[in-house]
Design a protein around this ligand. Structure first.
Ligand code: C5P
Length: 238
């Protein structure tokens, strides 16, 4: 996003949940959104979708111009299938399973540092902001995409614990991985995400940080909901 462009806010409340991969953002954000009856934005899925789109078209991920052009023309659609499971389509193809692979995460992280890729995804993210509210999960939800979010949370966890969680998730999906190499990939991805000049992974100045190492998901969900309630900005109906 061009940082000089004026930011137009709207009155729909946003809860921004940022943090590194494996910090529990996805699961916690989904549960909080479900509890509140709000929409949910998995912004990482958009970067992953562009990465998958570029790879499927044989685009060199180091070719900035080609990847940025690909981001502008990639069609991304989120929808539930007949069984009510969330699926993601890229250019008409269901890529849900590929999207979760660690290689896709690494591709997403590589292209997420490109200004044209980030710019191509801004409007799509803002479009998720519809009533009664939005829980937005990512790296720059509270800092860049929704700086006026009424509540901002930054989730962390030790790299070892995050690698273990990712390992479990992938094994449950039948994807066989090596825990040590997963840890190496996660640390490398964090470093790249935190050190890039554009929208780096960092807590917003007004974010509340929660370390989820060794903490049960339900406990973190309850902590986040308590923060939302404490903000006093929840509309009456929620
Ligand atoms: O959250 P997830 O692991 O799906 O994100 C994949 C990659 O997409 C991250 O490593 C990061 O580089 C990028 N990303 C981003 N900004 C976001 C969400 C994800 O740069 N808001």
């Amino acid at each position: 996003m061009n940082q000089d462009e004026p930011f137009f806010s709207n009155s729909v409340p946003v809860l921004a949940i940022d943090g590194p991969s494996g910090s529990g953002k996805g699961t916690i954000s989904r549960r909080v959104a479900q509890h509140l009856g709000w929409h949910y934005l998995d912004s990482g899925a958009l970067y992953r979708a562009v990465g998958v789109s570029a790879m499927k078209q044989g685009i060199d991920l180091g070719d900035v111009q080609a990847v940025e052009a690909c981001a502008r023309r990639t069609q991304i659609r989120f929808a539930d299938d007949a069984k009510g499971e969330a699926r993601v389509w890229v250019n008409g193809e269901d890529v849900t399973d590929e999207l979760r692979l660690e290689t896709t995460g690494a591709a997403a992280s590589a292209i997420a540092s490109m200004a044209g890729v980030r710019a191509a995804l801004v409007q799509m993210q803002h479009d998720f902001r519809t009533g009664p509210g939005l829980v937005a999960d990512g790296r720059d939800m509270g800092t860049v995409i929704f700086p006026d979010a009424f509540c901002k949370v930054f989730l962390t966890a030790s790299a070892e614990e995050r690698a273990r969680r990712r390992y479990k998730q992938l094994m449950q999906k039948g994807v066989s991985v090596n825990l040590d190499s997963l840890l190496g990939e996660i640390v490398a991805r964090d470093e790249r995400d935190a050190s890039r000049p554009l929208s780096p992974l960092k807590p917003a100045a007004d974010a509340v940080s929660i370390d989820t190492t060794g903490v049960a998901i339900d406990t973190v969900v309850a902590q986040v909901l308590a923060l939302v309630e404490k903000s006093g900005l929840l509309p009456e109906a929620s």
